[in-house]
Design a protein around this ligand. Sequence first.
Ligand SMILES: NC(=O)c1ccc[n+]([C@@H]2O[C@H](COP(=O)([O-])OP(=O)(O)OC[C@H]3O[C@@H](n4cnc5c(N)ncnc54)[C@H](OP(=O)(O)O)[C@@H]3O)[C@@H](O)[C@H]2O)c1
Length: 294
Amino acid sequence: MDPRPRMFIIGAHGFVGGHLVLQASGRWNVIGGDLLASSENEIAIDVADPASVASAFARVRPQVVVLLAAMADIDRCEREPRLTESINADGAEFVARGSAQCGARLIYSSSAAVFDGTRHGYRESDAPTPVSVYGRTKAEAEQRVAKLMPGAAIVRPALVVGRGLRPGTNALLDKLETKFSAGRTVVAPTYELRNPIDVYTLCEFLLELAARPELQGIFHIGATESISRFDLVTLYAERLGYSRDLVVPQTAPIPGRAPRGLDHFLLCERSRTVWSRPVPSLEETIERSLYVTA
Ligand SMILES: NC(=O)c1ccc[n+]([C@@H]2O[C@H](COP(=O)([O-])OP(=O)(O)OC[C@H]3O[C@@H](n4cnc5c(N)ncnc54)[C@H](OP(=O)(O)O)[C@@H]3O)[C@@H](O)[C@H]2O)c1
């Protein structure tokens, strides 16, 4: 019998989930959850199905739950609002109920997309103003989680950067490398600003929250400065050894795509105050996203 506390990471096959499983595995008895189970340390769970969630919690009996599973493709969310609501909002509620019933601590991964991005700098206490289906369902999930589990920690990143540990995740660097290596161009908005966080640092933060139940409520996490998506992608092209000419500036929204906030700069004073590590600079974030993994 493993004496370590049980951590149930839901969305374990995703970009962030893959890294979190790896980083948590020394200290925690990690059980990964995703739509399909692919090893003995994983179980299948569909967060949108209350029976599936109840059965998974009965089997795992976790002490800590980290909910990462989501419909995270913002354009697909806009096209499929009902499915998005059932995964992102209902799913978060079912997982919060399961966590409450077994007395587990819950860490929920939300998003800066709960804000409209019409001004520079958002605090945790600012009221959500989502402009997309994705943002609305994340804001709805936050409310339901906080109502059912006031002691939960809710983490909002603006943009997570790094490589995925398996193909087909949401990892930005993987998507860029696939296109650049085939000589294909990448179109990136010059007018969308984000303060990104590298996936390694985000997971360190999630693990600290997991271990410290006194940390409750909403936490913003992102680099100390922001950057436009165009400048970020250009920087990655150069750092990965490709021509900056492969990055095409996009100067206006593309019709038919989901609306996106212009400036999602998250102010991180609260996280800086409680965290044992410093919030990284933009330069550190980019460096870690390229080279640091567990
Ligand atoms: N990456 C970012 O820049 C970013 C920024 C802000 C917030 N976030 C939030 O951070 C979390 C993790 O994001 P990520 O980038 O790791 O996303 P990801 O790579 O898309 O991972 C999400 C995982 O959840 C799984 N999933 C989808 N529907 C499910 C369901 N009904 N039941 C169980 N599992 C399901 C997905 O499986 P399939 O792939 O098979 O669908 C996938 O393995 C998400 O909540 C996202 O909203 C991410």
